[in-house]
Structures are given as C-alpha cells and as structure tokens.
Design a protein around this ligand. Structure first.
Ligand code: SAH
Length: 257
C-alpha cells in the first residue's frame, strides 16, 4: 500500500463511455473525488489513421471475427505516459489474484488495455511486452468489465478508501484462506440462529471459531487454496517456529496467496 499521492490508472478502450461507470460510485468514486486515484480513459479509435477510422481487420489464416490492428493499438500505447505496468486484459493471461492487485497498488499506477472482437494482434503484445491478465476461465465480449473489476479491487486497497484497515486484513485470500461467514441482526431469522459463540463476548473464542470456520470453508470449497495454505503453515513451523511479524495476521499478509 502506498501513502504517496494519486494512484494513476489509464484505460485504453474502444468504449470510453463505459468509464468511470461503477468506478465513479461508492468507495471508488469517493476515493477519486478525494484525489486518491485518477482515471484517464483513452479512445483507441482516435489513433486510427484512415478516413473510416478503422481499428480492426480480418484474421490472417481465416476464421470468424475481427482482430484489433497492431499499428493502431501501438500508437495508443506509445502515446500513453501513465506510469506502471502495461496490462492487456485477456482470457489467455494469468488469472489475476489478490497478490497481484496488492503489487499494482504499491506501484504508481497501471495502464489497462481492453480488447474487443477476437482480440489483439499478437505482435503488439510482444512488441510492448504487455502483461496479460485474465479475470477467470470464461470469455467476456471485451476487456472493459475486467478492467473495471481490477481497478475496483486496486482502489479499495488505497489507504483511506475502506473505513477500517482490519477489514482488509481479515478478508478472503489475505491470509491464504477464504473468509469466515458473517451474521448480523436479527439474532434469529426464519428459525435460524446465529452461532452461539458470536454472542459470547469472548474474543479469544470468537477468534478461534472464525479461524476454524475459515479453514473449513477453504478446505471444502477451494482445495487448491487449502493445499497451499497447509504447505505454508508446515514450512513456517519447520523454519525454527519464529514469526517474523507481529500481530495475528501480519505474517500471513506477507505470504498471501
Ligand atoms: N477470441 C478470444 C476472446 C476474445 S474476447 C479468445 O478466445 O481468447 C474479446 C476481448 O475481451 C479480449 O480481447 C479481452 O480483452 C477481453 N476478455 C475476454 N475474456 C476475458 C477474461 N476472462 N479476462 C480478461 N479479459 C477478457
């Protein structure tokens, strides 16, 4: 997390009118108003050079759909001065996770390039050594929803965006586990009572219950996360047993998924 000035995001898109969209509301919108982050939206089409402002063409080798032209996207990227990694949103990329989001926020900003149609000419990805990030194993019709999701995840980590910092520490993935379940009033709802321990006022017991619930959820729902969590816990116990950081979850944050 940075305590420096404004975290700068630039989005290169064929649909600038999709922004700020949800990023202009709620936490992200307020953080933007307060100058914690800025969002620049660049219309890729403004870099087209022909009379029709063409941005796409048919794929070499045949097949359906259109491909974003490398020369147009290259011009847009070359003109962009926003600092930070240059990211192409792509289903062929590495699936983004909380660790990558945290790294992005620690930097000065990010440039996010949104594809459309069948995607981007491979050569421009290589020319600019773009980092390819995916939102998950499904196909969107454009990179814009992925850019919005990633920026939302980044902005809420900026200092002062989310009210209590503990909220961020205890969340899913931060300790390598899914989060424990939440309950609020009424105490009994449709015959379902909240777990008794949460009403006990015994903070040690509550903490232990939440830890057990987080472990059970992770084990049952995300065996991949669970395996990594167990491996890390074992490694920590083997390495002389001393925690480097202080505080209950401080060590976990350094080693999040
Ligand atoms: N033909 C491509 C899909 C193109 S979808 C393929 O099969 O790999 C059009 C654009 O949507 C892509 O260029 C990309 O920018 C965006 N996109 C689609 N799915 C995405 C995902 N899971 N994560 C991030 N961006 C995605």
């Amino acid at each position: 997390m940075t305590s420096r000035g404004t975290w700068a995001a630039a989005v290169l898109t064929l649909f600038p009118e999709m922004f700020p969209g949800p990023l202009g509301l709620s936490l992200a919108g307020k953080a933007m108003e307060r100058g914690r982050w800025s969002l620049k939206t660049v219309d890729i089409r403004s870099f087209a050079t022909d009379a029709h402002r063409t941005v796409d063409d048919t794929p070499f080798g045949g097949g359906p759909g259109m491909v974003l032209k490398p020369d147009v996207v290259d011009a847009a990227l070359r003109a962009e001065t926003t600092p930070g990694p240059r990211i192409y949103l792509s289903p062929r990329g590495r699936v983004v996770d909380q660790r990558r989001i945290r790294e992005l926020v620690e930097g000065p900003g990010a440039v996010l390039l949104c594809g459309r149609f069948e995607g981007l000419d491979q050569r421009v990805i290589e020319e600019h050594a773009l980092e390819e990030l995916s939102l998950g194993d499904f196909v969107l019709s454009g990179g814009e929803p992925a850019a919005i999701a990633i920026l939302d995840a980044c902005v809420r980590l900026l200092p002062g965006t989310v009210g209590a910092p503990e909220t961020l520490i205890e969340e899913s993935f931060e300790a390598g586990l899914l989060e424990y379940p939440h309950y609020t009033r009424p105490q009994v709802w449709r015959g379902r009572a909240v777990p008794e321990v949460l009403l006990s006022g015994n903070h040690a017991k509550i903490k232990a219950w939440r830890q057990a619930a987080a472990e059970a959820a992770t084990k049952g729902r995300r065996p991949d996360l669970w395996d990594r969590y167990q491996a890390r816990t074992a490694a920590r116990q083997n390495s002389n047993g001393t925690e480097r950081a202080t505080g209950p979850l401080a060590g976990a944050i350094e080693e999040e998924v």
